[in-house]
Design a protein around this ligand. Sequence first.
Ligand code: UN1
Length: 513
Amino acid sequence: AEQFKMQEALEILGIKPINDGSSTGSEWFSNGELIESYSPVDGQLIGKVRTTTKEDYERVMEKATTAFKTFRAMPAPQRGEIVRQFGNKLRELKEPLGKLVSYEMGKSLQEGYGEVQEMIDICDFAVGLSRQLNGQVIPSERPGHVMREQWHPIGVVGIISAFNFPVAVWSWNTALAWICGDVCVWKASEKAPLCSVACQNIIADILKANGLPEGISCIVNGDYRVGEMITSDTRIPLVSATGSTRMGRIVGAKVAERFGKSLLELGGNNAIIITPTADLKVVVPGAVFGAVGTCGQRCTSTRRLIIHESVYDKVRDAIVGAYGQIKLGNPLDEKNHVGPLIDTDAVNTYLAAIEKAKAEGGKVLVEGGVLTGEGYESGCYVKPAIIEAENHFEIVQHETFAPILYLMKYNGEVENAIDIQNGVAQGLSSSIMTNSMKEAEKFLSFAGSDCGIANVNIGTSGAEIGGAFGGEKETGGGRESGSDAWKVYMRRQTNTVNYSDQLPLAQGIKFDL
Ligand code: UN1
């Protein structure tokens, strides 16, 4: 029955057995080899997507650069209207799209729907923002002069996204880019290419119904070689890339080499500090959802718990106890909390990390392992593991995209916990569980967490789109979604206008002729 409903979802989303992977809107073409997309849920082939060749890419860029000239001239609130229609369409299609996300990527159905909800939320945010792309008026030191700042569309935005949020990350970028007057070229993860086809179908209908040209929303498909076409292309002033630190290092350098801008959203190594006054009713669901949600494959997933020694045993026992309640299995079945990892490579990485942690002296509190037998035929289902470890272990310093949670102790004051929390190369998300106002404020102060996201009494994952999302250090420094993240999708221009009959120079310089 599940299979039939999935077929129905695929039909609604316009997914065929074989799909072109390059599109400028309604036009689809592609001449590269095929990517086969297998579901980690049941190991079945869902569909194939043809990759983008250099010639296909040129065709895409031709349309994109031409479309930009039209789109940038459209008033921003009218562009907002397009995004409003897109958000409404997503409301209609939340169920089939959420299902496809869950089936192609393996996250729980609830989280699949949640991801589509994030798309809807960013659309709403962007619609309001389309009337607020405000610049400032700045007092000039010269009489009869005015200074102001304007924000202009930047051009073609390249988007490179990861498998773990196969639809939301695209929309965080596109919803803002579109209201800003930019056009987008998206390369989805080769591990979730059908999601890109589905999203492109949805937006293409809307652009067409509004009589807009081809090229405002484009997709390309393939591996890093297609990514390189984007990163090395001087016609693309901004590249937004989400993925591993390894990938970001390459993309960031490549884009910087040609003086492009990049928005990087890379690895995290997120911790929760659990203090003596922490409320266990909040700690347990916060830490467990953070660690095992999306099978530990969020960049915000909780990797480390830093627990005060005075409450260590109590917290450890409560978390270990809660792990006993987790239901693992088909993510399309709503009673399961955790689905599979993305593929068997990810399973091998997970197994190797557990071995490495043990070899470095880690003590396993909840055993990991691969699940076998009925319902687990894809070979991608693993048991969430808990390991007592030390922060300096090499494996702990490293982001493993899997449900492995490291427990460690701190003693004395909260500053010691903050040192441990900050003592990694990544800087995405962080939390403190405390009822002490002083501890909470210290954690949020300049001397506290060094992450882009710092929370009190909630976990590390599940950020709302209203805030700027991103992090420091090896996380890459980019911010997307809410707050003033829109500014990166525009170019800033400072204007000085003289409405006097004189030409006074700035800085008091006299230049008499
Ligand atoms: C990601 O894993 O790339 O905060 C993004 C969260 C989600 C986004 C995660 N809103 O967990």
